[in-house]
Ligand binder design. Structure first.
Ligand code: PLP
Length: 370
């Protein structure tokens, strides 16, 4: 990626790791269909099974519990559509690929901190017949707020329910351990951690019976038909292995993020900035800043002209900025009708200099001293 641009939008997509590119190119040049019985086919099969083992080891689950998908959206859809029509509740701050799956979903509110309202969840669990299905993400894509999934899983299980956890933003940025989390299903995505777009996985514990979304072929133990995307799977496992070995960047970005937020809070004065999720546990790389009354669109354009790519937290597929349901859920009537937040998200290739340039651009935009 060109270094005359500062890329601070890793929660949208991360640049591909060089080791991922190299591993994928090597595999891409071979005729690899894991269903073929000849030597090339058998080699492909053993390659994807090795990748499955690597991913399983990273997440502390069994290899056969992993279903490779085309990404986080498909993993979320597969999880939530394939276990039957049970009563369904989702955290109100979930990604659209969870929120949009069923029109009869109950939306569990969050507290102003962004953390799930556990009392509201328990009240719903008491109201509906078991088994029920609950979806709560591990880390929010806009604010980075981390939900207490182990505690939520315990509560859901007490009432005889199933818990799905969208760990798309968390995986690679914080430890993700299926055993410790206690979720029954978990979604992850490759392109958020330096693998290619178009690959992800759903992990389903205890061989829970599922109706596949894509039928035919019997791949992935009959849970997702279609020839496996061997180069993408190899890239995915390579990225997960790299993320497991290389964790020091996470602490660095946390320090730079905290320094940035200190600066904003010290200097914003009458512009009344708010850092969403500040009081909750958060991903180390994410900062979601609200500049009250300053449109996200204008803020983003200002930073883009200063060669910095950041985001408004949520974007439609058309590229237009949508009002944020996450901000609305956290701030209630204080949220205002216009999106006025900017999300900064760093990653494995970010530098302290990137954040200094961002800070200088913020100061120039609001006429503050550095
Ligand atoms: N879940 C969350 C929390 C996300 O942030 C995203 C993507 O932004 C997705 C799911 C969808 O993942 P994918 O882009 O791999 O379909």
């Amino acid at each position: 990626m060109s270094k005359d641009r500062i890329y601070l939008d890793y929660n949208a997509t991360a640049p591909m790791l060089e080791c991922v590119r190299d591993a994928m190119v090597e595999v891409m040049m071979m005729p690899h269909n894991p269903s073929s019985v000849h030597r090339e086919g058998r080699a492909a099969k053993s390659l994807i099974e090795r990748c499955r083992k690597d991913v399983a080891q990273h997440l502390s689950c069994f290899p056969h519990e992993i279903i490779f998908t085309s990404g986080g959206t498909e993993a979320n859809n597969l999880a939530l559509c394939s276990v039957g029509n049970m009563p369904f509740a989702v955290a109100v701050t979930e990604h659209s690929s969870v929120r949009a799956v069923r029109s009869d979903a109950y939306f569990i509110p969050v507290l102003p901190s962004g953390l799930l309202d556990m009392q509201a969840l328990e009240a719903w669990l008491m109201r509906v017949p078991a088994p029920m299905l609950v979806a709560v993400m591990l880390a929010n894509n806009e604010t980075g707020v981390i939900q207490p999934i182990a505690e939520i899983a315990k509560l859901v299980h007490t009432y005889g329910g199933l818990l799905h956890c969208d760990a798309v933003q968390a995986c690679g940025k914080i430890p993700v351990d299926m055993g410790l989390l206690g979720a029954d299903m978990l979604s992850i995505s490759g392109h958020k951690m330096g693998a290619s777009q178009g690959i992800g996985a759903l992990i389903v514990r205890h061989e829970y019976p599922m109706t596949p979304l894509i039928v035919g072929g019997g791949q992935e133990l009959g849970r997702r038909g279609g020839t496996e995307a061997v180069p993408l799977i190899v890239g995915f496992a390579t990225a997960i292995n790299w993320m497991q070995r290389t964790t020091e960047w996470r602490e660095k970005v946390r320090v730079w993020r905290d320094a940035w937020e200190q600066h904003i809070m010290m200097h914003s004065g009458s512009d009344a900035s708010i850092i969403l999720g500040y009081d909750a546990p958060r991903l180390p790389n994410t900062s979601c800043v609200r500049m009250k009354g300053r449109s996200s669109e204008v803020q983003l354009m200002t930073y883009d002209l200063a060669s910095i790519a950041v985001s408004a937290g949520s974007a439609c597929s058309s590229g237009r900025i949508a009002p944020s349901h996450v901000v609305a859920a956290m701030l209630g009537s204080d949220a205002g009708s216009e999106n006025d937040i900017v999300r900064i998200s760093m990653g494995w290739n970010s530098t302290e200099a990137d954040m200094h340039i961002m800070r200088d651009a913020w100061c120039a935009a609001y006429d503050k001293t550095t």
